[in-house]
Design a binder for this molecule. Structure first.
Ligand code: BGC
Length: 770
């Protein structure tokens, strides 16, 4: 531990120029210091490994030549583990490496919502669902900050695509923002108290997030209580003065425009106090990270092992017909391993999160090392892989152990060799996936299909080998509907980080049971995706026209078929669900519990998911929404109880007119299941709602008046004095229903005693009693 170098900092004594300099970095990865008082802080990507710039490299972005560090699985894989405890341990390990590398703040996690599978950066995000994103994001922040290193939650907010990311306006209605795009940030800010937040590049409803006062100050600080520092994404500031005034404390990297701040203060366009506050937040950040645990090094083997555990936990077994998996490593059998990705793995995405690993496992080596003498393994590349690492073209990575294969001359030869190997094999295990070049920060995909030559390879192999397994490597979902019938088992391995190859072997050979679950739905076709008609927008705008119906909220509400639903994932065991109990524990608070029993023959983990369902009395809600999950490991025959807490907020919707959360009176269904389409238990809870009564006005409908506790009495008295009104109340139900939908003021010409004067008197009387 080092002494606190920020104990006494007389910010008031700094010149305006010095103050202004604090609001911008001093270099690409460092904040500005003031000699003798404020220490510069080092920031580094993030999020799944430390990308510390090599001090001897000329590459200022450190994309290709950063110092080796453990490459943990990216968020797509970590998220699929549905395991906050494991994620916390990864966070703590990241912090230890950051500390050893002299890094104060890790630029992650990213908790943006996977609105479309095409988003090039989906591998860096956790889920299509805000609850999963929030819980997993908070777990990572808690883990990182448990050692005193700072985390940086990004990209705030509505950065759901890479196309035109530096200019596009994400046009999102307020309710959708509050219910889909902001809650993960809100949860992380409130529960994990990250030291920093990074604004996104894009505009939100026409205003750059870097200069969006509503977002950075009113929501983030005033409502959610954020007390840390807000920095820009790299190059996201367009107007220094507007950004500071909106609540952005630090521009990164520096643009040499501090004089603009000075001039604005001198001209009276910017309050000096705003600059001072930003400076204070930087000083406070320095104080916080000065308390971090400081290490010289880390246990490279132990962190590699943790990366393997995390990779394993995130693999999702999509199908396993006839229980083909696991393969018995001791069996007398011939296994044809096919696919260049088995020996040249794709293990992380491209862009700013790219980490130079400390080592790199391949599935081919791992399988080789794990099978017994009676299992014969063969390897055939099957298809050409352009490169496993885009950046290897720029600079060779020192940390790499596997080199990309030589470029084969003829695809047909590769396919023929693989088919020959498969012909005499008992099982063919095909490693398929997306090439590096197709998934990267800075660009979106245009298709969710696997490369055509890989599908052709699978078809050809499955014709000659009756038992085929597919292992996928991809950062965003790929469609499986076109080819999955030709495979008996499919493991979605995502991007496994540096130990992903070994993790896959662990699962194929059954030393562990798969325990990952989908955090995003797999659609049959790209055209089925709810955002498809709007993504990625045009003419500077991307309208979020599907609103709150993102992912399973869309598919499940419409009953639309998907290839695999949100939450899905198989194991080598089976689980029974029983004894759902919902107990009221307070006003608008409930405790929910259920029993899970492992009824299979192997130890395995289940992810019990809690959804709140909305029936037809809640017509503007999705069919159901995830509000809790628990991963539980059970031995064969063992039972365990999973517990959840529900509050009014879990039932709530955002009312733009009231600028607050509302929840209606009525009956809600609590569902417990193994996926959004595999609900095993249901129970109801009844709530009186939030008891908020609508404020009555002349344009409130007759129906609203009639159901209002005060309005109903007032209106009954008023109508009682009019004979014509009696006709209305005794009219047939259809007329009455129509009348209930009419605003009170509109009855003026109806001659039922509701003249403008009467309505004005009623409104006044109603408002006086409110
Ligand atoms: C990315 C951020 C990253 C930053 C620094 C930006 O391009 O959007 O996620 O932290 O670069 O590398």
């Amino acid at each position: 531990m080092t002494a606190d170098p920020h104990a006494e900092i007389p910010l008031e004594n700094l010149s305006l120029e010095q103050l202004a300099s604090l609001t911008s970095g001093r270099s690409t990865w460092q904040t500005t210091g003031i000699t003798g008082s404020i220490k510069p802080l080092t920031l580094s990507d993030g999020p799944h490994g430390i990308r510390k710039q090599n001090p001897h490299a000329e590459d200022s972005l450190a994309l290709a030549t950063s110092v080796p560090a453990t490459c943990f699985p990216p968020a797509v894989t970590l998220g699929s583990s549905w395991d906050p405890e494991l994620t916390g341990r990864v966070g703590a390990a990241l912090a230890r490496e950051a500390s050893a590398l002299g890094v104060d703040v890790i630029l992650g996690p990213g908790v943006n919502i996977k609105r479309s599978p095409l988003c090039g950066r989906n591998f860096e995000y956790f889920s299509e669902d805000p609850h999963v994103s929030g819980i997993m994001g908070a777990a990572l922040v808690n883990g990182i900050q448990s050692r005193g290193i700072g985390a940086c939650v990004k990209h705030f907010a509505a950065n759901n695509q890479e196309t035109d990311r530096m200019r596009v306006s994400a046009d999102v209605d307020e309710r959708t923002l509050r219910e889909i795009y902001l809650p993960a940030f809100e949860h992380v800010v409130k529960q994990a108290k990250p030291y920093t937040v990074m604004c996104s590049y894009n505009k939100l409803n026409g205003v750059y997030t870097s200069q969006n006062h509503w977002l950075l100050t009113e929501v983030l600080r005033d409502e959610w209580g954020f007390d840390g520092l807000v920095m820009s994404d790299w190059g996201a500031v367009n107007d220094r003065v507007a950004a500071l005034a909106a609540g952005l404390d630090l521009e990164m990297p520096p643009t040499g425009t501090d004089a603009e701040i000075v001039t604005a203060v001198e001209d009276g366009r910017l309050d000096r106090a705003v600059v001072m506050t930003a400076g204070q937040r930087l000083v406070e950040l320095g104080r916080r990270v000065a308390r971090a645990e400081r290490y010289e090094d880390w246990d490279v083997d132990a962190h590699h092992e943790l990366a393997r555990e995390a990779a394993r936990a995130g693999v999702v077994m999509l199908k396993n017909d006839g229980d083909l998996l696991p393969l018995d490593p001791a069996a007398r059998q011939k296994v044809a391993v096919i696919g260049e990705l088995a020996r040249t793995p794709r293990y992380q995405g491209q862009g700013s999160s790219h980490v130079v690993p400390t080592r790199l496992d391949t599935a081919w080596d791992a399988l080789h090392g794990a099978v017994g003498p009676d299992t014969e393994l063969t390897f055939s590349p099957g298809y050409p892989l352009l490169s496993t690492d885009l950046l290897a073209f720029l600079e060779p990575d020192e940390g790499r152990v596997a080199e990309p294969s030589a470029q084969p001359a003829d695809n047909a030869d590769l396919l023929a060799d693989a088919v020959t190997a498969a012909q005499s094999a008992d099982v063919a295990v095909l490693f398929l996936g997306l090439p590096d070049i197709s998934e990267s920060e800075g660009k979106d995909r245009t298709t969710i299909d696997l490369p055509a030559e890989q599908i052709a390879l699978l078809r050809a192999v499955s014709e000659v080998c009756s038992r085929t397994v597919v292992v996928l490597a991809n950062g965003g979902v790929v469609s499986v509907s076109e080819w999955q019938d030709t495979a008996d088992a499919v493991l979605e391995g995502w991007l496994g980080g540096q130990a992903g190859g070994t993790a896959i072997a662990d699962l194929l050979l059954g030393s562990h049971s798969p325990s990952g679950r989908l955090t995003e739905s797999i659609p049959h076709r790209l055209a089925d995706v709810p955002s498809h008609l709007f993504f990625p927008g045009t003419d500077g705008h991307v309208v979020h026209g599907e609103g709150r119906y993102v992912g399973y909220r869309h598919y499940d509400t419409l009953g639309a078929d998907v290839a695999y639903p949100f939450g899905h994932g198989l194991t080598y065991s089976r689980f029974d669900y029983s004894d759902l109990e919902v107990e009221k524990t307070g006003e608008n608070a409930w405790a929910v519990s259920a029993t899970i029993t492992n009824s299979g023959r192997l130890f395995a983990e289940e992810v019990a998911q809690l959804y709140v369902a909305f029936d037809e009395t809640h017509p503007t809600r999705p069919r159901h929404e995830l509000r809790g999950f628990t991963k539980i490991g059970l031995a064969p025959g063992e039972s365990g109880v999973v517990r959840f807490a529900l509050t009014g907020r879990d039932l709530a919707w955002w009312s733009a007119s009231r600028q607050d959360w509302r929840f209606d009176a009525g009956t809600f269904t609590v569902e417990i299941g193994a996926s959004s389409r595999d609900i095993r238990l249901r129970a109801q809870l009844v709530t009186p709602g939030d008891n908020v009564v609508e404020q009555l006005g002349p344009m409130s409908t007759l129906g609203t008046w009639l159901t209002h506790p005060v309005g109903s009495r007032l209106i009954a008295d008023a109508l009682g004095q009019s004979p014509a009104a009696a006709q209305l109340t005794t009219a047939n139900p259809l007329i009455l229903e129509m009348a209930r939908a009419i605003p009170l003021a509109k009855f003026e010409g109806f001659n039922i005693g509701l003249t403008a004067e009467v309505v004005a008197t009623l409104v006044e009387a109603a408002q006086q009693t409110e």
